[in-house]
Design a protein around this ligand. Structure first.
Ligand code: SAM
Length: 298
């Protein structure tokens, strides 16, 4: 019996499998990027979304399959993996799910969304609830192709959207590892005051935005001082970031940092980040081989 399903981001199946294995959760089989587990559901940092109530639904015909899903609820998103044509025919009979890109900082859709997959030609796995309100766990945004000097702002937008919180006008933000300035751009656009720290320079257009200053310094040389938000996208070893985070935890109200992995994923250090009281640790659709760590004030 399948009791939970975990949807991996493409290319990060191994990281998810290792995380599940280390926490004692088995994988009965994969369906595309969906890891099907016989063990009870629990959060997984490397999953784009977790299905916490999967059940098998007979699909003797395309119509019967769509009717069975519709009888449970209106909104479903398909995870492909096999029997693509038949799955597409079933999907075509379901109400369309409008996955309109978000205009940051608009909140995620409040409407309820389930996940389904066609495991066998005549067997659906469907979870009426899942951890992400977005199809396939992927949040999409209306992008700004003119303003930001890098695409890293999308990673920050996704993190803040997931966290349901973002800096307010006038709040003080430290942006460590800020160059060329995608995150600083996103923060300044919110009206926050941004202290961008990097040995490399900020894009002049970002530096010219109201409330933005650049400190040409190593992030590790700063003495912790009270700030509303500490952001870090510094490229460094995870252990070095963990030490930095621990120094700033007492004085930064909110922290949002990317934990970057070179080579194999260091699950031990990921667990240390996750063990920080109030921590959220996740791999978003805009993350590379890295996790986002956040600790927000209550
Ligand atoms: C992935 S980039 C940051 C991208 C940035 N968040 C953006 O949105 O444009 C990583 C940055 O970390 C910076 N970095 C590396 N070591 C650093 C250190 N010790 N202190 C501050 N910045 C550092 C690099 O110079 C680089 O600009």
């Amino acid at each position: 019996m399948i009791r939970a399903a975990y949807l991996a981001d493409a290319g990060y199946e191994e990281a998810l499998a290792e995380e599940l294995r280390r926490s004692g959760r088995g994988i009965a089989r994969w369906h595309g990027l969906l890891a099907l587990s016989p063990d009870p559901p629990a959060p997984a940092a490397w999953a784009l979304e977790v299905w916490d109530s999967p059940r098998g639904i007979p699909a003797p015909s395309i119509k019967a399959a769509a009717d069975a899903l519709r009888a449970i609820q209106r909104n479903w998103s398909l995870v492909p993996g096999a029997h693509h044509r038949r799955a597409a025919l079933i999907e075509a009979r379901l109400p369309p799910v409008k996955a309109r890109p978000l205009v940051f900082p608009e909140p995620p859709p409040a409407s309820h969304l389930g996940g389904w997959a066609l495991l066998e030609p005549e067997l659906i796995l469907a979870s009426p609830t899942k951890s992400s309100p977005f199809p396939g766990g992927v949040v999409r945004f209306v992008e700004d192709r003119e303003g930001p000097p890098s695409r890293a702002y999308l990673k920050l937008w996704e993190a803040l959207t997931r966290l349901g919180r973002h800096p307010q006008p006038g709040e003080r933000c430290l942006d460590l590892g800020a160059s060329p300035g995608g995150w600083s751009w996103a923060l300044a656009r919110l009206g926050a005051r941004v202290r961008a720290v990097d040995k490399a320079p900020l894009d002049p257009r970002v530096l010219a935005m109201p409330g933005v200053e650049w400190v040409q310094e190593s992030a590790f040389a700063l003495s912790p001082e009270p700030v509303e938000w500490l952001f870090s996208d510094v490229i460094c070893y995870p252990a070095r970031l963990l030490a930095l985070v621990r120094r700033w935890l007492p004085v930064a109200r909110n922290l949002v940092c990317t934990v970057k992995f070179q080579g194999p994923t260091d699950h031990d250090i990921a667990a240390e980040f996750a063990a920080i009281p109030g921590a959220a640790v996740f791999h978003g659709a805009h993350n590379k081989h890295e996790l986002t760590f956040a600790r927000l004030a209550l």
